[in-house]
Design a binder for this molecule. Structure first.
Ligand code: NAD
Ligand code: ZN
Length: 379
């Protein structure tokens, strides 16, 4: 029996308060409106960005909210005006969108869509500003336009990548944020040349995907920097060749890296969310040509401080969301790279839990254990 046009009752993990375990509730999910799609989520995984907005220490506390933005699912129904997706399509919802019409979408360089770029404070749908989720008649906020910690969610069509239906959703779900972000930050933004050195700050899933980008680009040295020494063994499998723990030195880590490399690395990619690491990542690149790329999501009051001479000396500082990929135009081809064995994803998935144990995924990330924890919605 078709559920199109009907309200769906299903399970969702609701964050009621900052830092408190999510609770699985039965929520109502309204049908998709104009330019919207309702998706049955099959697999979702936890990214550190969800954790920042859950503990809300450095971010605006907006509750009750359904978090989650890294996921894979199947279209259940589509709203008015949606022509390029239909029920049954396999999709990845993406936290930043592509309207295909604005100057950014028409530019080859940008993925910062005017209509659908990441907006962490938006709690409703663009069409009417309202939530499609409710519990006992009260609205529950959306997160990043995706809210994938729910068996069903409603997403703007511009935030949905249609992918190969043969791609295993339990694996390619990690391309919906972390792996595309890290890999793209290196290959699309830092763009190391063959034989160059690359420093990666933060060896979680995003950082190791950035390292993978450095490896396929033919980097000669891949230097991994992390405060958690248990990351180093794991990172060897991702082609990281040298390790630096800032805690082992009594001087700033950028000085250590400049000494190790005789003047600085050619490229660096920051994947930590720590403002200190962002500054180090910039100051450790070689003068004359070094490029640093910021990926980590900062706290809302952070400020980046460096001496302007570091820029005058011809270092470049960049930043990127989603590795500069346009979600609808580019991600289907990234999925194909996985299907053709040009990109490994399985090694990023270190844990799997049933939906009922979603809080375990948070515990693992807070403990710095593992890379991606995939949450199975059917279990
Ligand atoms: P993670 O927690 O799995 O990994 C982060 C790693 O950074 C950890 O191993 C941690 O020990 C390390 N770290 C923290 N502070 C450090 C410091 N000062 N120096 C060195 N290492 C440090 O997180 P993740 O899911 O891999 O995400 C990484 C970052 O990327 C987060 O800030 C996340 O919000 C951000 N992110 C950004 C985008 C984007 O589009 N720009 C997309 C996804 C995630
Ligand atoms: Zn993410």
């Amino acid at each position: 029996m078709s559920t199109a046009g009907q309200v769906i009752r299903c399970k969702a993990a609701v964050a009621w308060e900052s830092g408190k375990p999510l609770s699985i509730e039965e929520v109502e999910v309204a049908p998709p409106q104009k330019d919207e799609v309702r998706i049955k989520i099959l697999f979702t995984s936890l990214c550190h960005t969800d954790v920042y907005f859950w503990d809300a220490k450095g971010q605006n506390p907006l509750f009750p909210r359904i978090l989650g933005h890294e996921a894979g699912g199947i279209v259940e129904s589509v709203g008015e005006g949606v022509t390029d997706l239909k029920p049954g399509d396999h999709v990845l919802p993406i936290f930043t969108g592509e309207c295909k019409e604005c100057p950014h979408c028409l530019s080859e360089e940008s993925n910062m869509c005017d209509l659908l770029r990441i907006n962490t404070d938006r709690v409703g749908m663009i069409n009417d500003g309202k939530s499609r989720f409710s519990l006992n008649g009260k609205p529950i906020y959306h997160f990043l336009g995706t809210s994938t910690f729910s068996e069903y969610t409603v997403v703007h069509v511009g935030q949905v990548a249609k992918i190969n239906p043969h791609a295993p959703l339990d694996k390619v779900c990690v391309l919906s944020c972390g792996m595309s972000t890290g890999f793209g930050a290196t290959v699309n933004v830092a763009k190391p040349k063959k034989g160059q050195s690359v420093a990666i700050f933060g060896l979680g899933a995003v950082g190791l995907a950035a390292a993978e980008g450095a490896r396929v680009s033919g980097a000669s040295r891949i230097i991994g920097i992390d405060l958690n020494p248990s990351r180093f063994e794991q990172a060897k499998k991702f082609g990281v060749t040298e390790f630096v723990n800032p805690k082992d030195y009594n001087k700033p880590v950028q000085e250590v890296i400049v000494e190790m490399t005789g003047g600085g690395v050619d490229r660096s990619v920051e994947c930590t969310g720590s403002i200190q690491a962002m500054i180090s990542a910039f100051e450790c690149v070689h003068d004359g040509w070094g490029v640093a790329v910021l990926v980590g999501v900062p706290n809302k009051d952070d400020a980046f401080k460096t001496h302007p001479v570091n820029l005058l000396n011809e270092r470049t500082l960049k930043g990127t969301f989603f590795g500069n990929y346009k979600p609808r135009s580019d991600i289907p081809a990234v999925v194909e790279k996985y299907m053709n064995k040009e990109l490994e994803l399985d090694k990023f998935i270190t844990h799997t839990v049933p939906f009922s144990e979603i809080n375990k995924a948070f515990e693992l990330m807070l403990a710095g254990e593992g890379l991606r924890c995939v949450i199975r919605m059917d279990a």
